[in-house]
Design a protein around this ligand. Structure first.
Ligand code: IVH
Length: 698
């Protein structure tokens, strides 16, 4: 509003126009709802968080000044309900049905359903295929949302299908559910779907619950169901719930479209989340293909599904088919093999890794889960055992999804018979089960470690495998079976022993003829000549990966300089912080490790030296860059290549070790961080200038 507007205050527009609080509040509500839809439903944010917060605060301020503006569909009113003693009952105008389940998880399950539908409809073999809508079977809690004149007025659980519970207060807190429908809303419409929890949200929630000393949930479905049926909406609001719509209830005067596929389109247009993994398919083959396609991507979905759902697409045909005892004849849920199963935890043993870390492993009563028979599952570490409160003798839920290592999810505490002692790893394994050395657990560490180092055969085996690895000394043919034999027969104790092997010792091993022995010896021979970076990496120093090994080689130039470096000197290396520096210093302080290094050198292992800083490698050697935003002419890869060609390094995140941040359009938090840390910031011209400068000087 400009000066003239405020003087000429009698114009009709300025009296009840753009400046009027009710108009502004309505505009803010609409705008916030639009951003919510873009952010939560479409997953495509339209404005920066700060701008959104500003709009939200403006609306809050307006409403607190004019409480009458606080409409039920205002985004500020999501959490407002008081804790309840119990949920009021809701009678469903249209019963909430359930679905028959096809437990045959093969394609034949789809064929059986199609055959049944065709029979019910009296179709002959020569009649055309039936059209189906295929979608996912979400694993949560069914909810019916009632909108009147576009505003959410009630949310109810399924209950027994006739009567459910009124959980409106809780459901209003679910951000993906709009409080007002978009577009032209019918006077009455009930939209049905599933409240669920994403796996990542579930895991974060469980960590938070455990940290607060609250009970953790067994799986996302229990967490979602428990949260919806939580009597305090304030608590429900803090639970990360999501929702997918999959059908309709009462629609009043409104005439739905002719097919289920179009019903879902209409629901999406009203602003509700409808899962994108859906299809309209023809006949049994179409169903079986959908089942297979979703089965293949199941593990990549951010949420759990236990099957897919097929529905006859035509609503007229659905009506004709009707239902038997709460289950429609026109729909079926077609399952997948379960990813979770129940079994008995017989014992807990430990596995010793390369760095001596002791990983507790559950020995299970064999159980078929995720398509294989599982007998072992990881328990990660003591903290996890404590958090889950898993005890030997418990019935446990085991999960195996995709290629992931099976894990013990949780015990079924209700089935625990009598008192079972807590499992304390350090009590059960005060010494390493492999070598007998002491086991210790650092104060701020989650893992317990064997102190045996290379004396411990388990660590020795892992260390040898790492040493021989493709990205380390690259000894082809030295795999785990061979390393097991070499270590178990005490032929090889340290990497040096590899260079002393003869044909005889090797040829006598299992599955090793003279020919393979010669081949392996040749591979060992050629590994004698390597690079300093590979050699450093091959040593298997804790926290020193390939990239750090390369940085160390480049920075120090030769091994003796690295051996002589103290913690402070080590921290001069890009990306080496106090923890990494400490690991390196500790490794080289160990006389045994130095001895192995000297023996390797004596055995003829040699390398081309890394280039020390500033000499040959390029004038940007030792300089770390971070790229952020879009540069006017260079792509990220081009800029990276130009920096690296001059010996510089491009890192992913900004720290105080970053030398330059190259920022383009829409640079985000990396630029903020660079400014906060006082790191030099370049635009594309600045970067080009720096590169040219180094070209002439270097
Ligand atoms: S339709 C036509 N579609 O499975 C019957 N249900 O036993 C009405 N569910 O209570 C349900 N995904 O909680 C339908 N895409 C989907 C579903 C789905 C999950 C749940 C729902 C229902 C139960 C059926």
């Amino acid at each position: 509003m400009d000066l003239f507007d405020s003087i000429g205050g009698d114009s009709p527009e300025s009296a009840a126009g753009a400046g009027a609080p009710e108009v502004r509040a309505a505009a803010l509500r609409a705008e916030i709802a639009r951003h919510d839809h873009a952010y939560y439903v479409l997953d495509a944010p339209t404005i920066p968080d700060a701008e959104y917060d500003r709009l939200f605060r403006e609306l809050q301020a307006l409403e607190s000044e004019h409480p009458a503006l606080r409409t039920p569909d205002s985004p500020t009113q999501r959490v407002g309900g008081k804790p309840l003693a119990q949920f009021p009952a809701v009678r469903h105008r249209i019963p909430m049905l359930s679905i028959r389940t096809e437990t045959d998880t093969e394609a034949s399950g789809a064929l059986a359903f199609d055959a049944r539908v065709r029979r019910e409809l009296g179709l002959k073999d020569e009649d055309p295929p039936v059209e189906y809508a295929a979608e996912l079977k979400f694993d949560g809690l069914a909810i019916s949302l009632r909108y009147e004149d576009g505003v959410l007025v009630q949310a109810a659980t399924r209950g027994d299908g006739e009567t459910g519970e009124d959980v409106t207060g809780n459901v209003r807190t679910v951000k993906v559910i709009p409080l007002r429908l978009r577009g032209e809303a019918p006077p009455v419409i009930e939209i049905r779907g599933e409240v669920y929890m994403r796996r990542d949200d579930f895991e974060r929630l469980n960590v938070r619950q455990a940290e607060a000393g609250d009970k953790t949930f067994v799986n996302p479905r229990n967490a979602a169901a428990g949260s919806v049926r939580q009597l305090d909406p304030g608590i429900a609001a803090r639970r990360p719930l999501s929702f997918f719509a999959y059908g309709l209830g009462d629609t009043g005067e409104w005439t739905p479209p002719a097919t289920h596929g179009e019903v879902l389109d209409a629901i999406a247009a009203f602003g509700l989340p409808v899962c994108a993994h859906r299809a309209v398919v023809q006949g049994a083959q179409g169903l079986a293909d959908f089942h297979a396609r979703i089965g293949a991507l199941r593990d990549t979905l951010p949420f759990d599904i236990d099957g897919v759902v097929y529905k006859v697409n035509s609503l007229a045909l659905q009506q004709r088919m009707g239902f038997v005892t709460r289950e429609p004849r026109w729909a079926v849920a077609h399952k997948y093999p379960a990813q979770e199963a129940l079994t008995m935890l017989r014992d807990i043993e430990v596995q010793v890794g390369r760095t001596g870390a002791l990983t507790p492993v559950a020995r299970l009563e064999p159980v078929f889960v995720g398509g294989v028979t599982v007998t072992n599952a990881t328990l990660h570490n003591q903290d996890e055992i404590d958090r889950k409160d898993v005890r030997i003798g418990d019935w446990v839920i085991v999960r195996r999804a995709g290629d992931v290592i099976p894990e013990v999810v949780a015990p079924v505490v209700e089935r625990r018979s009598g008192e079972l002692p807590r499992f304390v790893l350090l009590d059960r394994f005060p010494t390493c089960p492999v070598c007998g050395s002491h086991v210790v657990r650092g104060e701020d560490e989650a893992v317990a470690r064997c102190t045996g180092g290379l004396f411990c055969p388990a660590q020795r085996k892992q260390a040898l495998l790492h040493f021989a690895g493709r990205r380390a000394m690259d000894i082809e043919g030295l795999g785990d079976k061979l390393v097991d034999q070499l270590v178990d027969a005490a032929i090889v104790k340290t990497p040096v022993d590899l260079y002393r092997l003869g044909v005889l010792a090797l040829a006598n091993l299992e599955r090793m003829g003279e020919k393979s022995a010669h081949k392996l010896l040749a591979a060992i021979e050629s590994s004698r000549s390597t690079t300093l970076a590979r050699f450093i990496f091959a040593l298997g120093i804790r926290n020193v990966g390939e990239a750090t090994a390369r940085d160390l080689a480049r920075h120090f130039g030769n091994l003796d300089a690295l051996l002589a470096a103290g913690v402070d000197a080590l921290q001069q290396v890009p990306d080496v912080g106090p923890i990494v520096a400490k690991s390196i210093a500790e490794f080289f302080a160990e006389p045994h490790n130095r001895e192995v290094i000297e023996q390797l050198r004596a055995a003829g292992v040699h390398w081309t030296e890394g280039e020390p800083q500033g000499t040959v490698a390029g004038a940007l050697a030792g300089k770390t860059f971070v790229l952020t935003g879009t540069l006017p002419t260079l792509t990220r890869d081009e800029a990276k290549a130009m920096i690296e060609a001059r010996g510089g390094k491009v890192a992913g995140s900004v720290s105080k070790k970053t030398h330059y941040v190259v920022a383009g359009a829409e640079a985000g938090s990396k630029l903020d961080k660079a400014q906060a840390l006082g790191v030099s910031i370049l635009d594309e011209d600045g970067l080009r200038a720096l590169l040219n400068e180094t070209d002439t000087n270097g």
